[in-house]
Design a protein around this ligand. Sequence first.
Ligand code: AP5
Ligand code: MG
Length: 215
Amino acid sequence: MNIILFGPPGAGKGTQAKKLVDFYGIPQISTGDILRANVRAETELGLAAKAFMDRGDLVPDEVLIGIIKNRLNEPDCTKGFILDGYPRTLPQANALGVILEEIEKPIDIILNFEVPDEELVERTSGRLMCKCGASYHKTFNPPKKAGICDICGAEVYQRADDTEEAVKNRLEVYKKQTQPLIDYYKETGILVTLDGTKDINEVFEGIKGILTKFA
Ligand code: AP5
Ligand code: MG
């Protein structure tokens, strides 16, 4: 099962990806998590990406295309994969098409999460993150033990790009550079739009229903 999770910042892509990993046993490929791990480790890539990310701008396409090509060629992707946060531009989508043709793994489905802007702002401003990639919310989805990740026990923190200013920019960047991909993918007939405002478990049940024909 090869899936793309598509949608604006805060739509719930990461939250649902983690549930899909547990349920179907296929890896989540979150370009945001990969970049943040590089920023933390102060790699050359991380140092170059940090300023773009903190502002809420996209990191240049050639960097992302390189990351995704390497990752999709890793052995754990043979059973399938969940792309979370990629592609975000037309050149990224075109490059993905070429890579997937080379490795003969076409996308089965694109799940497009729809959530109004006001709710996206509320979600991102209350988000708590863990370095393992788990995502919580102060009110909507708090960790079981305050301040501690349920999955790995590390301390949760607020993302550097979840400030009011960066979120505003991320929403604008999404509308300008990423949302046009919806029309691009609509033509392929594999894009399914879902209501991302429902409760986390309800959204997941809906996704499982959609995916039964691929499992
Ligand atoms: P990335 O990490 O991908 O951030 P994003 O797209 O802005 O998306 P988010 O991670 O903010 O949202 P999400 O949909 O995963 O929501 P989540 O499940 O956490 O990218 C970060 C940066 O990296 C980019 O700005 C860019 O600089 C760079 N980058 C990454 N990929 C790139 C690419 N391909 N090209 C170029 N640059 C790239 O949920 C959000 C909150 O809501 C959480 O608190 C959660 O608990 C809560 N929540 C989730 N679902 C629900 C629900 N149903 N009800 C109530 N609350 C909910
Ligand atoms: Mg995310």
